[in-house]
Design a protein around this ligand. Structure first.
Ligand code: MTE
Length: 315
């Protein structure tokens, strides 16, 4: 995402050095966690940038025939504004982010609202490895083997009632561990939303891992969304709250610049961003550009969700 910059401008090029260096105060020792049968054990109860292996099953929803981007590339080039606006900053500044213990509250218009520990989330269903294309609104893309299961599995646990039309998501905001909204340049906590039928679509992945292991902090540990047919900013990280609601929820980038970032944010090469084209993209690690596909190439699965809608107006 871009705060008045052109694509791929490095944050360090536009940030005063004092502010940039101030963020380094987050850096300190990094304890590890242990995983047994997909259960996180962290007796110290402290953060972990150390990932642990996850047992997974193959998924029929995995994209095939794509070259996967190397892990080092993907985990060193992130958008996570709570930990810096430079692509290389979250890997450093989120190193001590405390991601265990962790609770996700699922509430709102449902029969059985409840809190889930991250261990309960890890054990709720078999963890699937799903390779997805991931297209950022800044016109770069990556291919990642994510791990998780469909969000519908979690939502069905709380039994949404007929008044539930949308799902609102919220990231943890802890000023002791994260930058201030002023430093991050966006309102915090980071919030996002989906229509209920989008949230219930099997491709909507409640994600707990990548590359065979738990998520590293900079990629949204311990649990995030991945929505492969939408621009990357819909894929909210480090979720603490999921609320079933009747009305369309707020979303961070729409609050920040409504004329640039809409609620739907489906990948759409026919609708340019006001400041740049969305017709092509740069796959990280490749020279040249690729043509961007409608719904990021997932049209066969998701186009029916938007039947009859004007997708230029509903961007
Ligand atoms: N979630 C939170 N909480 N904060 C963020 O800054 N950035 C979004 C999204 N989720 C963001 C977030 C954006 S702009 C993108 S492109 C993706 O995360 C990036 O995910 P990645 O770093 O795993 O590639």
């Amino acid at each position: 995402m871009l705060i008045r910059k052109s694509p791929d401008v490095r944050y360090s090029e536009v940030t005063p050095k004092s502010l940039y260096l101030n963020r380094r105060k987050f850096l300190a020792g990094v304890p590890g966690a242990v995983l047994a049968g997909n259960e996180l054990l962290s007796p110290s109860g402290r953060a972990s940038a150390a990932t642990t292996k996850l047992q997974t099953v193959q998924s029929a929803l995995s994209t095939t025939g794509e070259r996967i981007n190397p892990k080092e590339y993907v985990t060193g080039y992130n958008n996570y504004y709570e930990f810096g606006t430079g692509k290389d900053e979250p890997q450093q500044l989120a190193r001590n982010f405390k991601t265990y213990p962790w609770i996700v509250t699922v509430e709102g218009e449902c029969a059985k609202p409840r809190k889930f520990t991250i261990d309960e989330i890890l054990k709720l269903a078999p963890l699937e490895e799903r390779v997805y294309r991931h297209r950022c609104v800044e016109a770069w893309s990556i291919v990642v083997p994510w791990i998780g299961y469909s969000l519908s599995t979690l939502l069905n646990q709380v039994e949404p009632n007929p008044k539930a039309k949308f799902v609102a998501f919220e990231t943890l905001y802890d000023p002791k561990q994260m930058l201030s909204p002023l430093q991050a340049g966006i309102p915090l906590p980071y919030v996002e939303g989906l229509r209920l039928d989008e949230a219930m679509h099997p491709l909507a992945l409640l994600t707990v891992g990548m590359y065979g292991e738990t998520l590293p902090p900079q990629d949204g540990a311990p649990v995030r969304m991945v929505l492969p047919w939408k621009y990357g900013f819909k894929s909210i990280k480090s979720i603490v709250k999921i609320r079933l609601v009747g009305g369309q929820p707020a979303s961070t980038w729409n609050l920040y610049a409504p004329n640039e970032y809409g609620f739907y944010s489906n990948v759409n090469p026919n609708r340019d961003h006001p400041r740049w084209s969305q017709k092509t993209e740069r796959r990280l690690g490749e020279f040249g550009r690729r043509t961007t596909l409608m719904f990021n190439g997932y049209g066969d699965q998701v186009a029916s969700l938007y039947k009859g809608m004007d997708l230029i107006r509903n961007y």
